[in-house]
Design a protein around this ligand. Structure first.
Ligand SMILES: Cc1cc2nc3c(=O)[nH]c(=O)nc-3n(C[C@H](O)[C@H](O)[C@H](O)COP(=O)(O)OP(=O)(O)OC[C@H]3O[C@@H](n4cnc5c(N)ncnc54)[C@H](O)[C@@H]3O)c2cc1C
Length: 454
């Protein structure tokens, strides 16, 4: 008989994991608290679109033939950041080489693609089933239906918790261990707003991630295939400029007029959208307890991170790919706990690294990108990569366009920051870059850190 694996959560990670597992011959059942998103258009998640990059696409490709290609049909490429200053000027900053791009994809459409593919391959989905607890003595997981009037029990040999940042599976796992995850809530909230298309076309540059950086807060917008954009305001919950102080129509309009006037022109119904859409919080989840002998956490349930590097889903998809690779060698392990331990050792250090990088990138996005010297810094970084190739790969490139471990990308980032800090001290670097003399000075500095490159 085929081994059965139960997954809790048919979000992005749970449904992709189901595909990997059914393709390896397991019988897979997925319990999901929402209704089937293919027949119910309720808001499938917190952000309407999100950026998928190399790691996410690699996992899709490995899970099932052409799945990455099918996903990309739902996406808009983004070749760089379009940075809007407070006067309305826009500067474009490429993410990497001219052809390198990340992709803005509809969360709901991607989730539906994955669920449909998993079901086609034989995965059984039980929608409207919320996991509520684990009865340890009976070794049973308890699920309630939407009305709460019927109960399903699952005596899962193996349970994988892909039930997101507020995971019930995690709470039960940790409860048994008398522990709790550390939840670091940012004092920031976010609110999504829609920028509509103008007669089916985009109003602003389409193939870019738009950022309105304002030091302590920012607005961003990602394109959708229909020419609209999903904008997200990231702002403190409390304080002078905060959601707390944006209550009346006048306050909301004045805030946008002061800080995002060009964006305000693109959102004619700003106040009604602002009032209708929820304000949500952002958190990082820290826990070392991802598994026991029959349970494993994956995706946000194990390591939710803030969204500023666009990597939460990508990291969760990479989890699925790595777990599947370990399972291909299942004969080398005598218990599931050993398999889960190997997975934990491979992933924990890297998920910690991307959590840290995501927090750091918030400062870069909301503040640094608005600074003229930052643009020169990026240009020098690009020049160094172009000149030194693999000897100087920028951190963003390692994170978004490669499979390099996140921990390695983090280390490289620290080294490059040190090098670039020294370079930026060269006299008149901002005013004069690039000149032949400065290029040679820059290469000399780099040589002192990474060996002779001249
Ligand atoms: C504003 C914002 C922007 C983001 N942008 C990006 C981006 O650009 N790129 C990127 O890679 N990542 C991004 N992310 C992160 C990304 O959304 C998450 O990392 C990703 O959704 C995690 O997927 P998941 O399947 O682990 O969890 P989730 O997407 O949270 O899915 C969990 C699923 O489990 C179900 N569930 C929960 N509890 C239960 C229960 N008790 N019983 C049964 N089912 C349950 C839920 O209904 C849901 O379907 C962003 C996040 C936010 C908040």
């Amino acid at each position: 008989m085929k081994e059965q694996i139960t997954i809790c959560g048919a979000g992005l990670v749970g449904s992709l994991l189901a595909i990997f597992l059914v393709e390896q011959g397991y019988t897979v059942r997925v319990f999901e608290k929402r209704k089937d998103p293919r027949t119910n258009s309720e808001d499938a998640g917190r952000s309407i679109n999100l950026a998928i990059s190399h790691r996410g696409l690699h996992a899709l490709k490995d899970a099932c033939t052409d799945l990455d290609i099918e996903a990309l049909k739902l996406a808009v490429p983004m070749y760089g950041r379009a940075i809007h200053d407070v006067l309305g000027s826009v500067v474009f900053q490429a993410y990497g080489e001219a052809t390198q791009h990340i992709n803005s994809i509809s969360r709901g459409a991607l989730n539906i693609l994955l669920i449909a593919k998993a079901e086609e391959l034989g995965v059984q989905f039980l929608f409207s089933h919320t996991c509520v607890e684990y009865k340890q003595t009976e070794k049973k997981w308890i699920f309630k239906n939407l009305q709460g009037d019927s109960i399903a029990t699952e005596q899962a040999e193996i349970m994988i918790g892909a039930d997101g940042a507020f995971s019930v599976i995690r709470k039960n796992l940790l409860g048994v261990l008398n522990k709790d995850a550390k939840i670091d809530a940012l004092d920031y909230g976010y609110k999504e707003l829609e920028i509509y298309p103008k007669e089916g076309a985009s109003i602003i540059l389409k193939e870019a991630l738009h950022i309105w950086p304002r030091e302590r807060f920012m607005l961003i917008a990602l394109p959708n295939t229909n020419g609209s954009y999903t904008a997200t305001l990231f702002l403190s919950m409390q304080g002078e400029q905060s959601f707390e102080n944006l209550k009346t129509s006048e306050e909301i309009l004045l805030f946008f007029k002061t800080y995002f006037e060009d964006a305000l022109q693109l959102i004619p119904d700003l106040v009604s959208q602002f009032n209708a859409h929820p304000t949500s919080r952002l958190s990082t989840i820290h826990t070392d307890d991802w598994y026991n002998d029959h349970t494993l956490l994956i995706g946000d349930a194990a390591h939710a991170l803030v969204p500023f590097y666009g990597q939460g889903m990508n990291a969760g998809f990479e989890d699925c790919r790595i777990l599947s690779e370990i399972l291909k060698d299942k004969k080398s392990y005598s218990t599931w706990e050993e398999i889960f331990e190997v997975f934990f050792i491979k992933r924990k250090v890297n998920c910690d690294a991307i959590s840290d990088l995501a927090l750091q990138n918030f400062v870069e996005m909301r503040d640094d990108v608005a600074d003229a010297s930052f643009h020169i810094r990026k240009k020098i970084e690009k020049y160094l990569h172009h000149t030194l190739k693999d000897a100087f790969i920028p951190q963003y490139t390692l994170v978004s366009f490669s499979d390099a471990p996140y921990s390695e990308a983090k280390e490289v980032g620290v080294l490059h920051a040190t090098i670039l800090n020294e370079i930026m001290l060269l006299p008149q670097i901002v005013e004069l870059w690039p000149t032949v003399e400065l290029e040679s000075e820059v290469l000399k500095i780099v040589s002192t850190y990474i060996g002779d490159v001249i």
